[in-house]
Design a protein around this ligand. Structure first.
Ligand code: ATP
Ligand code: MG
Length: 287
């Protein structure tokens, strides 16, 4: 447990540091590659010199831990059920990223008692200034509760594959989220493409539909190939970009991260600072 003096020290160190940009990785259909993306994208950003906290928010079936082959001693379940501090459940991940494991056994984070949620906010507040990016790997689809949380983050990365059911579900999720929060920034990644043409067409089709029917612009982050080294890496419990840094998919994820960074730089000229915690607070108080 962190004592008060330690908390104060951390807060003093953080004075003047900007709050982390918060991102949630979401999809409509399950199994499209969110967790593999979140982990390897976090690693790519870290290699580019950014400090990243990867937060497994798939509370029921968190598997970031399994994908990186390090079983964290504690998970978010320990925060909610065993009343540990968030600071004590953060573990070191590959390539300098920090990770909060999802664990299993919690039905839903979003229905927890208010006092614990307040404590969640307070503790997030202490380390929101320690990182440049906090990336939440979400479970598949969205529920009413999870959508409230998702809408509090600064930006969303939507993952789809080129398969029509995945595209339809990605569209439905974006349609729903846009109906609640029109100005929510979306980036789109198409995973498991067989060719560059397929990737470009999928992204184009979704962008066109969003523009036409929802008058909504999305930022195309790019596509990742269907690559056998992903399954091999998952089986060996090593992130694919660590297992095969020269593979097509590892190169592609680095490009996606570079494009993301470029987008961030352009956006920073106009972007107001992150108010993730403020939004989360008002959501919780308004429940
Ligand atoms: N680019 C890829 N090439 C080949 N296989 C892939 C690729 N991306 C994902 N996979 C396969 O899909 C599986 C599911 O990936 P992952 O667990 O990242 O999906 P998810 O969207 O997080 O799933 P869930 O919705 O259950 O959280 C992986 O174990 C891997 O076998
Ligand atoms: Mg997942």
């Amino acid at each position: 447990m962190m004592d008060q003096a330690q908390n104060l020290r951390i807060r003093l160190q953080q004075l003047g540091k900007p709050a982390a940009k918060t991102l949630a990785v979401v999809s409509g259909k399950g199994g499209v590659g969110k967790s593999n993306f979140s982990l390897n994208f976090s690693i790519a950003l870290s290699k580019q010199g950014h400090s990243v906290l990867l937060f497994d928010m798939d509370i029921g079936m968190g598997n970031i831990d399994i994908l990186m082959g390090r079983s964290s001693r504690y998970s978010i379940v320990d925060f909610f059920e065993n009343r540990m501090d968030l600071g004590d459940i953060v573990s070191e991940g590959p390539e300098g990223i920090s990770v909060i494991a999802g664990g299993s056994g919690l039905a839903t984070l979003f229905e927890m008692e208010e006092s614990r949620f307040s404590s969640f906010l307070d503790q997030l507040d202490t380390f929101i200034h320690q990182y440049e990016y906090i990336i939440f790997d979400m479970g598949a689809g969205i529920t009413r509760e999870s959508s409230q949380f998702i809408l509090c983050v600064d930006e969303l990365i939507v993952i789809t594959t080129p398969e029509p059911p995945a595209i339809m579900d990605a569209y439905s999720v974006m349609k729903y989220l846009t109906s609640v929060k029109k100005d929510m920034p979306f980036s789109l990644v198409c995973n498991r493409v067989q060719s560059e043409k397929e990737g470009k067409e999928t992204i184009q089709r979704l962008s066109n539909a969003l523009q036409k029917f929802l008058q909504k612009e999305i930022f195309p982050l790019g596509f990742l190939p269907d690559d056998r080294s992903v399954t091999a890496a998952v089986t060996r419990q090593i992130p694919f970009s660590v297992y095969k840094p020269e593979s097509a998919i590892s190169k592609a994820i680095n490009e996606v991260a570079l494009r993301f960074e470029k987008g961030q730089k352009e956006q920073n000229l106009t972007f107001s600072k992150s108010n993730f915690l403020g939004r989360l607070k008002s959501y919780i108080l308004g429940r």
